[in-house]
Design a binder for this molecule. Structure first.
Ligand SMILES: [Zn+2]
Length: 397
């Protein structure tokens, strides 16, 4: 019933009974229990249908619990806390040159940010319910291990154990909530599906525009994971056999043409501040945008080349999956004004189905927060499966 309230929105007990097939008495007692645990509350008076009697609606509350999403990427760390209604209550992002650090040092920084977020949750009276780390990597989700993250230079990093150990050492207690790690594009796709501009589009392809380019594919409302959980490595589709070396050790992968490193390489010389990884990514992208707006030829050429290559690779995905929406995330969204034209031109030319198979190209409104939001969102799964994991608050003394 909690899941139904989240997915379907506020509604009366009578309507919940009809929609779930539970009898009214059961619905009323379940609502009472959810209210007691701070997961639901009484909403506005609503009329059920045109002729129905006015009834009190029930809606999600969830201000008492927080889902934590963490994103580890090449240039930054993000920690973000959502409440059960998917509102952001805490958000920190720090610039970090992850490639220059050991995995252990990066996990130390993750722990610092997580401790700050947990302190803020405590101040707000929120109980942390779960934490999901998003990493641009092949991830063994069950083992909690990053198998291979080419752009972070990580192999076989025990992320979940590392974070649990560090949080335990910092706070003196083992975290009481589950901690997981997953691929960033998968989590971002789930974030878009749950709360993005195309929320509810049950067939969508999400692309991360970062140093690496990953794909999260949702088919029929389900995330496509593949036999071993390693699907969606779209950044390594070989599109340019004579092209640049890729972080994965191969040559000419799609992400060498459209990833951030490719954009910066085409747009600026090596000593240009645009290519300085110690600067905040937004700052560097603002410089690129500023130059494009000023009509600087090299920048505009670079963006046009990225847009064309983005459309070329996207046409492969649209031909394979026939998605309702192709969502461009990360920097593809922030510089979308310069990329959409060439992307659409390539899609129209290369997708077999008429009218690009009904696929819309959307710029992510969640931007660089999509993966952390998706991670925080899926952290609520344990509560949706069993709301009794949230304790009934003891009466105030
Ligand atoms: Zn590659």
């Amino acid at each position: 019933m909690l899941r139904h309230l989240r997915d379907a929105g506020p509604r009366s007990r009578a309507r919940i009974a009809v929609e779930t097939g539970l009898n009214k008495g059961t619905v009323s007692s379940l609502v009472a229990e959810l209210v007691e645990r701070g997961l639901a509350r009484e909403g506005a008076i609503e009329r059920d249908g045109a002729v129905g009697r006015p009834a009190q609606s029930v809606e999600l509350d969830g201000r008492r619990i927080g889902g934590i999403g963490v994103e580890i990427n090449v240039d930054y760390l993000t920690v973000l806390v959502l409440d059960l209604r998917n509102s952001v209550v805490v958000e920190y992002r720090v610039a970090l040159d992850v490639q220059a650090l050991s995995a252990a040092a990066v996990l130390d920084s993750v722990t610092e940010l997580a401790v700050r977020a947990l302190g803020e949750c405590a101040r707000l009276g929120m109980t942390p319910i779960g934490m999901t780390l998003a990493v641009p990597a092949l991830v063994d989700v069950d083992a909690g291990v990053v198998a291979f993250a080419p752009n972070l230079h990580w192999r076989q990093v025990e992320v979940v154990r590392g974070v649990i150990d560090r949080l335990s050492a910092r706070t003196g207690v083992r975290p009481a909530f589950p901690i997981k790690v997953d691929n960033d594009a998968n989590l971002a796709a789930l974030g878009e599906y749950a709360m993005g501009g195309i929320a509810g589009a049950s067939d969508l392809v999400y692309l991360t525009g970062e140093t690496g380019v990953g794909g999260g594919v949702i088919v029929g409302g389900r995330l496509l994971r593949g036999a071993e959980g390693f699907s969606g490595e779209v950044g390594h589709i070989p599109l340019d056999q004579s092209g640049h070396d890729c972080g994965c050790g191969r040559r000419g992968c799609w992400e060498t043409m459209v990833g951030l490193a490719g954009l910066f390489r085409m747009a600026a010389e090596g000593n240009d501040p645009v290519r300085d990884p110690s600067l905040d990514l937004d700052q560097r992208l603002d410089m690129v945008r500023g130059r494009a707006e000023a009509g600087e030829t090299r920048t505009l050429d670079a963006l046009a080349r990225v847009g064309t290559a983005l459309g070329l690779g996207a046409s492969v995905l649209v031909n394979v999956f026939n998605p309702r929406a192709l969502v461009l995330g990360g920097y593809f969204a922030s510089l979308g004004a310069y990329l959409l034209g060439p992307v659409m031109r390539e899609l129209r030319a290369r997708v077999m189905a008429p009218d690009v198979g009904g696929c819309r190209v959307e710029l992510s409104r969640l931007g660089f927060t999509a993966a952390a939001r998706g991670g925080a969102h899926v952290a609520f799964e344990s509560v949706l499966d069993d709301p009794t994991v949230v304790a009934v608050p003891s009466p105030a003394r």
